[in-house]
Design a protein around this ligand. Structure first.
Ligand code: NAD
Length: 262
């Protein structure tokens, strides 16, 4: 066959937040989706929200573990017959200044985001190359991969690693017709487990505002004065992997409502 009848997608960290919004958008466009996350129950619940097991399945996969990553890729092939689109979304943020960042903090940030993305891209690339049907790899990196901010050296350095993986793999997988692009979100407060798990409290303290005002605070800092929602990031995935951007690879799209230069 020239292509799969419907697109088959694997989204990591898709039981929550941005990843869940991406899985939802791709399913709405008719894709079959594998939702991979740390917690099987949460992954299965997120998949069930999208429909039956013909449309979406949840799998347990810690992206730092090559065997679990391989099992997630195998699950896509077994359940839906292949793979067309992979989204490296799994992540976490410890948000600490340099002098409080431990070696273990550094290792965890890099294990999940830099190594995890590498393992997922590698396992997926084998399938994409074998199929000879092209495909897409997307990295959910961050504004922090480009801009410097306070209290997040380990997170931002791992995000910058992901950004360079995009450029490197765009070159390496391009000859197989596989496009590799990144998205740099910023300020997604609502729906984000990262914000709920402490990043929100940390940022609110840093800026001296109540945590519940953080979404509005971030919106006011943007050029467009708009709050960024998980759906806005999902829209960018749809565009980057859709038919209109068939000739774009190695690109990072900001989804941050605009960052002023000064
Ligand atoms: P989230 O916590 O809602 O989602 C992250 C998901 O990744 C969770 O479901 C979590 O269980 C999963 N995860 C964590 N470690 C994992 C591992 N080792 N293996 C598999 N899954 C794992 O947070 P979110 O805000 O939706 O973040 C999603 C991605 O977007 C992250 O990579 C984050 O760095 C990036 N990002 C978010 C923002 C923002 O403003 N929220 C900004 C820039 C980038």
């Amino acid at each position: 066959p020239k292509s799969h009848a419907t697109r088959i997608a694997l989204v990591t960290g898709a039981a929550s937040g941005i990843g869940k919004a991406i899985a939802t958008r791709l399913a709405a466009e008719g894709a079959c989706v594998v939702i991979a996350d740390l917690d099987l129950e949460k992954a299965e619940a997120a998949a069930a929200e999208l429909g039956s097991a013909d449309v979406a399945i949840g799998v347990q996969a810690n992206v730092t573990d090559p065997l679990q990553v391989q099992a997630a890729v195998d699950a896509a092939v077994l359940a839906f017959g292949g793979l067309d689109l992979v989204v490296n979304n799994a992540g976490l943020s410890l948000s600490k200044p340099l002098l409080e960042t431990t070696e273990a903090d550094w290792d965890l940030q890099h294990d999940v985001m830099a190594k995890g993305s590498f393992l997922v891209s590698k396992a997926a690339a084998r399938v994409l190359i074998d199929q000879q049907l092209g495909g897409d790899v997307i990295y959910i990196s961050s504004k922090n991969s480009v801009f410097a901010g306070p209290n997040n050296i380990a997170y931002s350095a791992a995000k910058a690693d992901q950004a360079h993986q995009v450029r490197l793999l765009a070159v390496e997988l391009g000859e197989h017709g596989v496009k590799v692009n990144g998205i740099n979100p910023d300020g997604v407060v609502r729906g984000s487990g990262i914000f709920a798990a402490g990043w929100g409290a940390n940022r609110a303290k840093t800026y001296g505002i109540p945590e519940e005002d953080l979404g509005k605070f971030y919106a006011q800092r943007t050029i467009l004065k708009r709050e960024v929602l998980p759906e806005n990031v999902a829209n960018a995935v749809a565009v980057l992997t859709g038919p209109d951007l068939s000739h774009t690879t190695g690109l990072h799209i900001p989804v941050d409502a605009g960052v002023a230069a000064a």
